[in-house]
Design a binder for this molecule. Structure first.
Ligand code: HEC
Length: 103
């Protein structure tokens, strides 16, 4: 029994940091949101400047990450977002999604 607990603990300590390494960096995302022009439509507080642009504040990170990848691969079509997502790396997408989710 104690052996099982020890094995589980070792597995947790090994894999949990590895999993969190995939999470985005909020501070990097904040800088990217300005540098990549996202705030021009979605707002620096994640509240968009017009009714045709969705608010992103407190939207779920994994959902936004998935949507940005769909825009990048053009599986989800929107001329603006296809353009803005086209050059983003996986890490930049994770950072941006983490930033908007944190607002
Ligand atoms: C020119 C305006 C504009 C800019 C700049 C822009 N977006 Fe968007 N964004 C939109 C519009 C419009 C939609 C909704 C598209 C649709 O209807 O499918 C959208 C949708 C999204 C969505 C999905 C929201 C949802 O609820 O499904 C995310 C996430 C997103 N944008 C993130 C970003 C990020 C990150 C950037 C910067 C790299 C960015 N956007 C730049 C206009 C913009």
């Amino acid at each position: 029994m104690r052996r099982k607990v020890r094995i589980i603990l070792v597995l947790l300590l090994t894999f949990v940091p590895a999993l969190s390494a995939f999470a985005g960096d909020v501070e990097a995302g904040k800088k990217l949101a300005v540098a990549k022009g996202c705030v021009g439509c979605h707002g620096s507080a994640g509240i968009s400047y017009g009714p045709v642009w969705p608010n992103l504040a407190s939207q779920h990170g994994p959902y936004m990450e998935a949507q940005l990848k769909l825009f990048r691969s053009k599986e989800r079509i929107d001329p603006m977002m296809n353009l803005y997502a086209s050059s983003l790396t996986d890490q930049e997408i994770a950072d941006l999604a983490s930033y908007f989710a944190s607002l």
